[in-house]
Each structure stands twice: as structure tokens, then as C-alpha cells.
Design a binder for this molecule. Structure first.
Ligand SMILES: [Fe+2]
Length: 196
């Protein structure tokens, strides 16, 4: 475990459940002062309380530790809302359809936030028969390169891992693609919407 529940998370979840500090305290057989202390970073619940605490808040212990009520997120959301996670240590890349708690090399990975492609990370798309031929005008050196390209559609992700000194290019089957993403190892994730 590289993360323990925080006071801010307890407060957020308690409030979203419509519980007062007293009501939560009663469920856990602790004092409301104890709950108040957790929420204001003057103490943390004993590990033996994690399970009852999660129960009281209507979530799993994993969700409690991750700080997110994953079950309340829209799980049926289509894959275009999926997330990408990159391990800064080993470079592993993981994509998920919805919110997830992902860890690699002992680190809990935050989902990468994609930003619109900028001038340095311009994504060019050409149509070649039934494929998009995607290139990025970007260095591909050992220390600064595009680490993957991905095409996200409603029913899946097409994904191409790239390596330094290779070309920043990939081909994707056009059907249903909503977003093309390029990940720079230094600057993060960029996206562009392909226009037909
Ligand atoms: Fe870059």
C-alpha cells in the first residue's frame, strides 16, 4: 500500500453520503471528535477501522484508499472517456475504459490528462485508403520522444508503442475513431480530433 486514506477523502465521502460527523462516528463506535480530527489532518483512522469506514461510506476499501467512489462513476460510459496511465519508472503503458486504480513499480499512477495538440506536438493525419496515417513532427531522441500513438473509438483503442530513434508514425483503421492521441515522454498526452 503506497497510499493511506486522507482526511479530505473522508470528508468528501461523508458529505456526499449526507452523513454528519456524529452519524459517521456512531457507525464506527468512535467519537465525533475523532472523525473531526481525521478530517482536519490531526489524526488518521486506525487500520482496523478502514473496513467499517468503507462500509459506512458505502464503498470498498480499495476505493477508500484511492480516494474515489469508483462505483458512482458512469461505468457504462463509452471508451472514448477511457484513460491512459504511464509508469514513470518502467515506461509501462496501460489504458482503461473507465476510472481505475492502477499501480506499477509500486506507484499509484494518475490518469494522464490529455491536452489539445500544441505546435511542438502537432499531430498530422492523412487518409490512406481505410487507414489514418498519423505522424507527429517531434524529436525521437533517447531523452525526448513520442512514446505511443493511440486512436480511440467507441468500441476500442488502437495502440502503437513507439521507440526513440524510430519514426513518430502509426496507421489506424479509420472506423469510428473519435480521437487520436500522442504521448510525449516529457510533455505528456496530446489529442486531436480527426476531421473527415
Ligand atoms: Fe515533447
Amino acid at each position: 500500500m503506497d497510499k493511506y486514506v486522507t482526511g479530505a477523502v473522508i470528508r468528501k465521502l461523508r458529505e456526499s453520503k449526507g452523513l454528519t460527523q456524529e452519524e459517521l462516528a456512531d457507525k464506527l463506535f468512535v467519537s465525533s471528535k475523532a472523525v473531526s480530527k481525521w478530517e482536519t489532518c490531526r489524526g488518521l483512522p486506525d487500520i482496523s477501522l478502514l473496513e467499517p469506514l468503507a462500509d459506512s461510506l458505502g464503498i470498498s476499501v480499495i476505493e477508500l484508499l484511492s480516494g474515489e467512489d469508483i462505483r458512482n462513476l458512469n461505468r457504462s460510459s463509452n471508451i472514448t472517456k477511457g484513460e491512459f496511465y504511464v509508469c514513470p519508472v518502467c515506461g509501462n503503458i496501460i489504458s482503461s475504459v473507465g476510472g481505475a486504480v492502477i499501480s506499477c513499480c509500486g506507484i499509484t499512477l494518475p490518469p494522464l490528462e490529455a491536452e489539445p495538440a500544441d505546435a511542438e506536438h502537432g499531430i498530422q493525419i492523412q487518409i490512406a485508403e481505410d487507414e489514418y496515417y498519423v505522424t507527429v513532427g517531434h524529436p525521437m531522441t533517447k531523452t525526448h520522444y513520442i512514446s505511443f500513438l493511440a486512436a480511440v473509438s467507441d468500441n476500442g483503442v488502437q495502440f502503437v508503442k513507439l521507440y526513440p530513434e524510430g519514426n513518430a508514425e502509426a496507421r489506424f483503421k479509420i472506423g469510428g475513431i473519435k480521437k487520436i492521441l500522442a504521448c510525449c515522454n516529457r510533455h505528456g498526452l496530446f489529442w486531436i480530433k480527426p476531421g473527415r
